[in-house]
Design a protein around this ligand. Structure first.
Ligand code: NAD
Length: 486
């Protein structure tokens, strides 16, 4: 049992307090790096969902939250950011134990990024503007931007608290209440954060956390008449089933889904920087990153030179204890996920791709769901590993000979989450950035995010945007008012 976790933080968080599930059911959350059970967490069922929704409804339909001045909402979020930063090591440690990611990432990158999101959206709380319309003297026309009401947030396991924060921070800043269902593999930091938000002054019922099974509680959230909007991050296929379930109540939805992002390196790029970027683009976060640069597209003339640099780095990247501060390749999130990755590697080999580095499951001190940093070369666009999201540390390298071919290959998948272009030619970079069908394009870098820069998908990577002003629009609706002055 992880020592940072207070005993109540293994229960559901509903209406401002920790409560066991009505059924009394619990499930184990496991440290994938050791196989040890971290906690027995309360498993929400449909009655618990009803309770959470009732608490959230009460908060938005009347009472302290509805009455609170927007600036005060901002103050609560700012206080939460300060408290989270002060406890970044403790939260990071739990995240690392629950997910298997290196503590360096969880404590030094994810938690500060969570605090940054809270700060950023705290500033928006009193800047949710409507408009006035110029009209003749006979009328006064204006719009109000109002909260959508109760937001159901459903999140994945790869950045457990951070993915949730991109929803919680803007939703609360705009005056909504939230019911969060974190991924069953990684529910702990969301529960800890619920307690922290309450300590920062958030009124009861405004933020509720109900860990539970996706196909049961997640699905029921999408169908629930008391929830006004579903904000989902996860797999494309899960997203499709949520869209169908949400249709019955014509619910608002936003979808942050999977990716198979191209990292395009032209011959005139700074090859050293491109190798670094391509490496971090796929191996940061064990490749369990929606925007991972999992397809490396390399111009023929620099193919060998770039691959040599990458292979050299990959062979030096050893999986290690995620709690060690120097570790950069942790454990995959679960044995199941490790098996999925392993199957893709076998498929890659069977379909004729050349394995240049890695490719094997590993353990650390005889335990864990680790996997080597893996690089495939000679990949063609029809191969499975060039088309499907693997969600692990596996890079598929393809060759191209012209700008047109690079763009065509880049766009030739059903996803469109992110992409990158590496070149010293400014015009080429900007032209290719325009041609790529992706929600985010990096030029001469990879995997950088800013709370003000919107993020989201093209094509089957989803719709709606997180971060930036666009996120505020996801959590507000517009009311038009016509006042007759005649
Ligand atoms: P997942 O789709 O399996 O699960 C995500 C969440 O949905 C979990 O909380 C799960 O319990 C819930 N869920 C499962 N079935 C459900 C159903 N039928 N109805 C409602 N909820 C349901 O995804 P995952 O395996 O946790 O995460 C990995 C996926 O998430 C990858 O595809 C990755 O690309 C994607 N992702 C996307 C982004 C992005 O911003 N676009 C970010 C992170 C992860």
């Amino acid at each position: 049992m992880t020592e940072a976790l207070s005993a109540p933080a293994r229960d559901l968080f509903i209406a401002g307090r920790f409560v066991p599930s009505k059924s009394g059911r619990r499930f184990s959350t496991v440290n994938p790096a050791t196989g040890e059970i971290l906690a027995e967490v309360a498993q929400a069922g449909l009655e618990d969902l009803d309770d959470a929704v009732a608490a959230a409804r009460a908060a938005v339909d009347g009472g302290a939250w509805r009455e609170m001045a927007p600036r005060e909402r901002g103050r609560i979020l700012r206080r939460a950011a300060e408290r989270l930063l002060a406890r970044a090591e403790e939260f990071g440690r739990v995240e690392t134990q629950d997910n298997g990611k290196p503590i360096f990432e969880a404590a030094r990158i994810d938690m500060p990024a969570c605090a940054e999101a809270l700060e950023y959206f705290a500033g928006y709380a009193d800047k949710v503007y409507g408009r006035t319309l110029p009209t003749g003297p006979g009328a006064f026309l204006y719009t109000l931007r109002e909260p959508v009401g109760v937001v159901g947030a459903i999140t994945p396991w790869n950045f457990p608290l951070l993915q949730a924060m991109w929803k919680i921070a803007p939703a609360l800043a705009c005056g909504n209440a939230v019911v969060l269902k974190p991924a069953s593999l990684t529910p702990l930091t969301a529960l800890m954060f619920a307690e922290l938000l309450a300590e920062a002054g958030l009124p009861p019922g405004v933020f509720n956390v109900i860990p539970g099974r996706g196909e049961v509680v997640g699905r029921a959230m999408a169908e629930h008449s008391g929830i006004d909007k579903i904000s989902f991050t996860g797999e494309t296929e899960t997203g499709k089933s949520i869209l169908r379930a949400a249709a019955g109540t014509v619910k608002r939805v936003s979808m942050e889904l999977g990716g198979k992002s191209p990292n395009i390196v032209f011959a005139d790029a700074d090859l050293e920087a491109a190798a670094r970027g391509a490496f971090n683009g796929i191996f940061y976060g064990k490749g369990e990153v929606c925007a991972a640069g999992s397809r490396l597209l390399v111009e023929k003339s620099v193919h060998d030179a770039l691959l040599e640099k990458l292979v050299d780095r990959a062979r030096k990247m050893e999986p290690a204890d995620p709690l060690h501060p120097k570790t950069r390749l942790g454990s995959l999130v679960s044995e199941t996920q490790r098996d999925v990755v392993e199957r893709y590697v076998e498929t890659g080999k069977a379909e004729g791709a050349r394995l240049l580095a890695g490719g094997r499951r590993r353990d650390v001190s005889g335990k864990g769901a680790f996997f080597e940093a893996t690089i495939f070369d000679g990949v063609t666009p029809e191969m499975t590993i060039a088309r499907e999201e693997i969600f692990g540390p596996v890079l598929a390298a393809l060759e191209f000979s012209s700008v047109e071919e690079a763009v065509d290959l880049g766009n030739r998948v059903r996803y469109g989450l992110a992409a990158a272009v590496w070149t010293r030619d400014v015009k080429k970079a900007l032209r290719v950035a325009r041609e790529l069908k992706a929600g985010t394009v990096w030029i001469n870098t990879y995997n950088f995010y800013d709370p003000g820069l919107p993020f989201g998908g093209y094509k089957q990577s989803g719709f709606g945007r997180e971060r930036g002003e666009e996120a505020m629009h996801e959590y507000t609706q517009v009311k038009s008012v016509w006042a007759d002055l005649t």
